[in-house]
Design a protein around this ligand. Structure first.
Ligand code: DC
Length: 226
């Protein structure tokens, strides 16, 4: 049984839907912890790229033997460390973007992650975001949210995010990458992105950040009996 004393808010949705913004904002508002599971898949992808085995899926699991992956669950100060090195910004590179879907489609990698994600959330009040939070990792989450937005809006946000990191990209390139990832993430045989039957849907294409946090916070309060 997961989270006997805790409360899990599980958030899934496609690339660029704004899961991180909602998850962090909601966690801050409620005083909950926060877990960015996409960042964990990105960090592992970076590791495999660095080891030069990205084209050799059969070697991936062996390469993860002994890897140190540490991730902050503090919504005010997010960081992720790979073998002791802070890779918070590096995991957003275009190269990681390009391979992360393939790495995260590998069943053994997903099993490895699921164990760590459940450990990280154990007994906490926490907001967890990803692609399979509501369906696989936390099927008993107290609140499940499927967050969505139009493709164009998602691409616009991603472009902005890259700009802030000093990475240049075109809108066409980003739309192509998001389309590719959407298709890959939703059609992979293991833990595909899908909406859980009991998830509430929030489409934030035209919603402000404050408004979506408010909607989600109210759902939490309802379930906490407040
Ligand atoms: O949310 P993001 O773009 O940082 O996620 C990066 C990739 O990781 C995305 O292409 C899908 C994958 N992912 C996943 O398969 N399962 C998760 N729980 C989180 C992310």
């Amino acid at each position: 049984m997961i989270n006997m004393g805790g409360f899990v808010v599980a958030i899934d949705g496609p690339a660029g839907a704004g899961k991180t913004t909602l998850a962090r904002g909601l966690a801050k508002r409620l005083g909950f912890d926060y877990l960015d599971t996409g960042a964990m898949y990105r960090a592992i992808t970076l590791k495999l790229l660095r080891m030069g085995v990205i084209g050799e899926p059969t070697q991936w699991l062996d390469c993860l033997d002994g890897v140190r992956l540490e991730v902050s669950t503090d919504p005010d100060r997010f960081w992720i460390r790979l073998d002791g090195e802070d890779v918070t910004d590096r995991i957003r590179s275009k190269e990681v973007d390009r391979y992360v879907s393939q790495v995260s489609a590998e069943p053994q990698i997903r099993e490895w992650m699921k164990r760590r994600q459940r450990e990280l959330a154990d007994e906490k009040r926490i907001v967890c975001e990803g692609r399979d939070m509501t369906t696989v990792v936390f099927p008993d989450a107290e609140l499940k949210i499927y967050l969505d937005a139009s493709l164009k809006e998602r691409a616009r946000r991603r472009l902005e995010q890259l700009k802030q990191l000093g990475i240049s990209a075109t809108m066409d390139e980003i739309i192509k990458n998001i389309r590719f990832r959407d298709r890959y993430d939703s059609t992979r045989p293991v833990a595909p992105l899908s909406k859980a039957d009991d998830a509430i849907v929030i489409d934030n294409t035209t919603l402000s950040i404050e408004a979506e946090i408010e909607i989600a916070a109210r759902e939490v309060m309802k379930r906490l009996g407040g």
